[in-house]
Design a protein around this ligand. Structure first.
Ligand code: HEC
Length: 228
């Protein structure tokens, strides 16, 4: 799976850039790239440069391929305009943001080859946006006007692609302090589960004063629900 990397055995986990280099790269990234890819790399008009997207596009490739993509096609409105050293600095910043450690040597045009790109390391998940497909666990409680709430709920997480609900990891997830208004809970016979620890998957809708989930999966995890 890492053909070039196997030759040298070296990967982006081996400290292939320095902190000072990543800091320089961060400054350029903010002016030249963040407008389209967002300061947190989360993606805007350009794709996300982290997480699953990063893994899918670049993991298993050579670091030079990642560099070349950036150095020859980005910024999209002025490709190849920044100079190789600046692009190297930006690559350092992107590696850092994807959770790879700094080392003692700067990344140079000569050290790009044969370095395998790995999927990014999980960092604290970035805040989840307004309309995301999420899963949470919490306590089912009746709300105002025949609505239903999930209280003492965990922070929402984006389920792994293709994971059937409830992901076993979700079942073990501890309760938290969030409250979600459940949309269309009536379709799931909620009375039978009042006070139970529930797993809910669905579309998160963030409003200024409350967060709602349009349910797509709803399952009981435990017949009681202790406050955290
Ligand atoms: C004007 C908007 C814009 C700017 C500015 C911009 N990009 Fe992009 N970028 C895009 C778009 C759109 C794509 C997807 C199409 C493509 O790959 O060319 C993309 C693709 C990429 C990709 C490939 C990601 C993938 O998953 O396919 C990388 C890496 C990247 N950009 C890095 C950068 C860096 C680093 C900078 C700053 C030097 C930058 N971009 C500036 C719009 C932009």
């Amino acid at each position: 799976m890492f053909p070039r990397a196997q030759e040298s055995g070296k990967t982006v986990a081996d400290g292939v850039y320095t902190d000072a280099q990543a800091a320089r790269g961060a400054a350029v990234y903010d002016t030249a790239c963040a407008g389209c890819h967002r300061a947190d790399l989360g993606g805007g008009t350009g794709p996300a440069l982290r997480d699953q997207r990063f893994a899918r596009q670049f993991a298993g490739k050579d670091l030079r391929a990642f560099f070349t993509k950036i150095a020859t096609t980005m910024p999209r409105n002025a490709p190849a305009s920044l100079g190789d050293n600046v692009y190297l600095d930006i690559v350092a910043h992107l590696l850092k943001e994807n959770g790879f450690p700094a080392g003692s040597q700067e990344l140079t045009a000569d050290t790009l080859d044969g370095v395998g790109v790995l999927p990014g390391r999980s960092k604290p998940a970035p805040p989840i946006g307004g309309f995301s497909y999420v899963e949470v666990v919490g306590c089912l409680a009746p709300g105002p006007q025949h609505t239903w709430l999930l209280t003492h709920a965990s922070e929402p997480v984006v389920p792994a692609a293709g994971a059937p609900p409830p992901a076993s990891a979700a079942a073990a997830r501890p309760l938290g302090g969030a409250t979600f208004h459940l949309l269309d809970a009536m379709a799931y016979a909620p009375e039978a589960h009042a006070g139970h620890k529930m797993y809910v998957r669905g579309l998160l809708i963030k409003l200024p004063d409350e967060e709602r989930i349009a349910i797509s999966a709803f399952e009981m995890l435990a017949p009681q629900c202790g406050a955290p």
